[in-house]
Design a protein around this ligand. Structure first.
Ligand code: NAP
Ligand code: ZN
Ligand code: ZN
Length: 362
C-alpha cells in the first residue's frame, strides 16, 4: 500500500458554484481540496473576476471541459495558512491566482519563465492536478495553490478591481511587451472593448501609446475616449471609418471572443504591422494570405503570461494606478451575469463578491 500524503488524508471542505453539464448553468457545489501541502498557500477567496473564457468553458465550447466545473481564474484573497516550506508568503498577505496552478518546472518554457507555454501546464479549473485530482477555480470560498503560482497583490491596489488583472490584465500586457508594441508614440489598435480590451487600452496608454479602439458597439465611444483614455474610436462595421484608418497602425491586439473578419483589421496595419490574436473564438478564423503579403505583415497569438511577467504586470499596474472597471455582483447573480457577458453587456468586468456572498447563496 502506498502511504498517503498528509494533504490527501485531511482534505479541506470547500464550497463553490459549479456547472454540471454543457447548459453551463451554475449551482451550489460542495467539494474537497487537498490540505495545505508543504509548498502550498491556502487562502480565503474574497473576489473572483468573470472572464469570457469561463463562459466558453462552462458551455464546453472548446471541447475540453469536464464536469462538475467550478470556473474562475481571476482570484484574489487573503492567506489563511502556509506550508512549512513556503518562503514568499505568510498568513494575512493579499494574494492572487490566475489561469494556472501547476507546470513541470523543468522544460525549456518553465526554465525561461514561460510556465504558461509548458506542455504540462495545469489550468486553474477543469484540469487534472499532479496528484490526479480535478482542479476547481475561484467561484469558491477557498483555494490551495503551490506558492510558485501565487501572485502578491500590492497594498495600494483595491482587491476587487485588481482581480481581473490576473487574466485579462496579463493577457494583454504580455503581447504588448513581447511583440514590441510598447514604444511610446506607437499607434496600437484594440479590437473588442470588453474585459481584455479595456485593460489593453489602460496598459497601452500607460506605456505612452496612441490607442484606437475598434468596436462593434458605437455606444462605447464616449466612455472609451473620455474615461478609458483612448485617443480614437472606430466602429468596425462602418466601412468609411475603417477605410480612412487603413495603413495607420503598428499593431493590433484582437480580443474578440466570436467569429469575425480579420481582413479589415490587417488592412489597418502599416507595413510590418502585427496583428496579435488573444481572443479565442470556438471556430477557426479566415486568414487571407494576400492581405499579409502586401506589406510584410504578421499575425501572432499570445496566451496569458508567465509567473514572473504576471508579477511584473501587477507591479506596473500598482505604479501606474491601473485597475479594471468592474461591476461587483453577488454570487447568486452569476447565471444572469453569464448571459450579459454573451451580449457584451458589461462595463467591463463582472467581479463576484465571493467573501461576502458565497455562503449566503445556497
Ligand atoms: P468580453 O468581455 O466578452 O469582451 C469581448 C468583446 O469582443 C466584446 O465586449 C465585444 O466588444 C467584442 N465582440 C463580442 N462579440 C463580437 C462579435 N461577434 N464580433 C465582433 N466583436 C465582438 O470577453 P473577454 O473576457 O475580454 O475575453 C475575450 C476573448 O479572449 C474570449 O474569447 C476569451 O476566451 C479570450 N481569452 C483569451 C486569453 C488568452 O490567454 N489568450 C485570456 C483570457 C481570455 P465590442 O462591444 O467593443 O465590439
Ligand atoms: Zn480568462
Ligand atoms: Zn514545463
Amino acid at each position: 500500500m502506498v502511504a498517503k500524503l498528509p494533504e490527501e488524508e485531511h482534505p479541506i471542505r470547500a464550497f463553490g458554484w459549479a456547472a454540471r453539464d454543457e447548459s453551463g448553468v451554475l449551482s451550489p457545489f460542495t467539494f474537497s481540496r487537498r490540505a495545505t501541502g508543504e509548498k502550498d498557500v491556502c487562502f480565503k477567496v474574497l473576489y473572483c473576476g468573470m472572464c469570457h473564457s469561463d463562459l466558453h468553458m462552462v458551455k464546453n465550447e472548446w471541447g475540453s471541459s469536464t464536469y462538475p466545473l467550478v470556473p474562475g481564474h481571476e482570484i484574489v484573497g487573503v492567506v489563511t495558512e502556509v506550508g512549512s516550506k513556503v518562503q514568499k508568503f505568510k498568513v494575512g498577505d493579499k494574494v492572487g491566482v490566475g489561469c494556472m496552478v501547476g507546470s513541470c518546472h523543468s522544460c525549456h518554457n518553465c526554465t525561461n519563465n514561460l510556465e504558461n507555454y509548458c506542455p504540462e501546464m495545469i489550468l486553474t479549473y477543469s484540469a487534472k492536478y499532479h496528484d490526479g485530482t480535478t482542479t476547481y477555480g475561484g467561484y469558491s470560498d477557498i483555494m490551495v495553490v503551490d506558492e510558485h503560482f501565487i501572485i502578491r497583490i500590492p497594498d495600494t491596489l483595491p482587491l476587487d478591481a485588481t482581480a481581473p488583472l490576473l487574466c485579462a490584465g496579463i493577457t494583454v500586457y504580455s503581447p504588448l511587451r513581447y511583440y514590441g508594441l510598447d514604444k511610446p508614440g506607437m499607434h496600437v489598435g484594440v479590437v473588442g472593448l470588453g474585459g481584455l480590451g479595456h485593460m489593453a487600452v489602460k496598459f497601452a496608454k500607460a506605456m505612452g501609446l496612441n490607442v484606437t479602439v475598434i468596436s462593434t458597439s458605437p455606444s462605447k465611444k464616449q466612455e472609451a475616449i473620455e474615461h478609458l483614455g483612448a485617443d480614437s474610436f472606430l466602429v468596425s462595421r462602418d466601412q468609411d471609418q475603417m477605410k480612412a484608418a487603413m495603413g495607420t497602425m503598428d499593431g493590433i491586439i484582437d480580443t474578440v471572443s466570436a467569429m469575425h473578419l480579420l481582413m479589415p483589421l490587417i488592412g489597418l496595419l502599416k507595413t510590418n504591422g502585427k496583428l496579435v490574436l488573444v481572443g479565442a473564438p470556438e471556430k477557426p478564423l479566415e486568414l487571407p494570405a494576400f492581405s499579409l503579403l502586401m506589406g510584410r505583415k504578421m499575425v501572432g497569438g499570445s496566451a496569458i503570461g508567465g509567473m514572473k511577467e504576471t508579477q511584473e504586470m501587477i507591479d506596473f499596474a500598482a505604479k501606474h494606478n491601473i485597475t479594471a472597471d468592474i461591476e461587483v455582483i453577488p454570487m447568486k447573480y452569476v447565471n444572469t451575469a453569464m448571459e450579459r457577458i454573451l451580449k457584451a453587456d458589461v462595463r467591463y468586468r463582472f467581479v463576484i463578491d465571493i467573501g461576502n456572498t458565497i455562503s449566503s447563496a445556497h
